[in-house]
Design a protein around this ligand. Structure first.
Ligand code: MG
Length: 321
């Protein structure tokens, strides 16, 4: 395999400069996703003025290496961000909602997991992303990583208060999980909104459990998937590199979007999305059932690599562990 070269592009936008780390293997589309992360200007709204390939505006599928950019190339961008608070709150998770989730895509998932280009990106996150620890890790605990939108909270339905949109049994679930797991919240939105939501839901100041830390979209990486272009995923390697006690044998991650697991397909459990809170508030018991699953695997399974979370509902300790 050819050596992967790091490329830094300095994006100039609205009078400020934003350095973006890439590799020569990345495409222009990946660059756009990275710019989105830094500026909140959505990829389709970015006009990259001086990014040329063979004399023309570089298309999204052109590799960064092919552009032969000078080091610290200054890229001029025009574009406006989502000023609207609601939009910012919604993005970018809904980008993936338009298309079906890939439930049957195991082979593809495996191939992304070990790609050197993406592992290099994970390393860059490890190097650059600053984790603000809210509670220390505890000796001997496993790790639970939770998405927010549609996993713990219906962020779309209209409601008067946060509690009306909260998934039923949220606090019971977190309290139960906390017995065996250190808990991390990872949402593809901004830190400001994660903090806001967690406060709104009464998670950040609960007496019965603690959240270890929050991760936002800046801890995610963009990967290229043949059938759908560039998608943003949540690589557990970012956590594992900084907290060596956790690894694939003792970590589980919940998300309503399976593509978020692309770097760690075996560690992900796709939760049924909690939508239309007003209709489903009375009947949704996913979190109760999942609390029980978490308890059982913590007690009976020494190596989570042996589990198939797609079949969590039929897990029996004696048979599977
Ligand atoms: Mg979600």
């Amino acid at each position: 395999m050819n050596e992967i070269k790091e490329v830094v592009v300095v994006v100039k936008w609205s009078g400020k400069e934003y350095p973006v780390d890439l590799t020569d293997q990345d495409t222009v589309e990946v660059l756009r996703h990275e710019i989105f992360r830094k500026t909140q200007v959505r990829p389709e709204r970015q006009k990259l003025l001086n990014l040329k390939y063979k004399g023309k505006t570089a298309a999204d599928n052109v590799k960064i290496g092919a552009l032969e950019l000078k080091s610290n190339f200054k890229l001029m961008m025009v574009g406006s961000k989502e000023a609207d608070i609601e939009d910012a709150c919604r993005l970018p998770e809904d980008v993936g909602e338009v298309v079906d989730d890939f439930d049957d895509a195991e082979e593809r998932e495996e191939s992304v997991e070990n790609s050197a280009v993406y592992l290099a990106k994970v390393q860059r996150r490890v190097r650059d992303y600053k984790i603000n620890e809210l509670a220390p890790p505890r000796e001997g605990k496993k790790l639970l990583v939770l998405d927010i939108d549609y996993t713990l909270f219906d962020h779309r339905s209209p409601a008067e208060t946060g509690s009306q949109l909260m998934r039923p049994f949220l606090h019971t679930f977190l309290e139960s999980a906390y017995v065996d797991y250190d808990i991390v919240i990872w949402s593809a939105t901004s830190m400001r909104w994660i903090e806001e939501k967690m406060r709104l839901l009464g998670v950040s100041n609960n007496d019965t459990y603690k959240i270890m830390f929050y991760l936002d979209s800046n801890a995610m990486i963009s990967v290229h998937v043949q059938e759908r272009g560039v998608v943003d995923v949540k690589p557990l390697g970012v956590i594992w590199a900084l907290y060596k006690q956790y690894n694939s044998s003792n970590t589980i991650m919940f998300d309503d979007i399976r593509r978020n697991f692309l770097m760690n397909p075996k560690s992900g459990l796709k939760i049924r999305p909690f939508r239309q809170a007003h209709l489903n508030r009375a009947t949704d018991t996913e979190l109760l059932k999942l609390a029980e699953y978490l308890r059982k695997i913590a007690l009976h399974c020494k190596d989570f690599n042996l589990l198939n979370h797609r079949k969590w509902e039929s897990y029996h300790p004696k048979k599977n562990s």
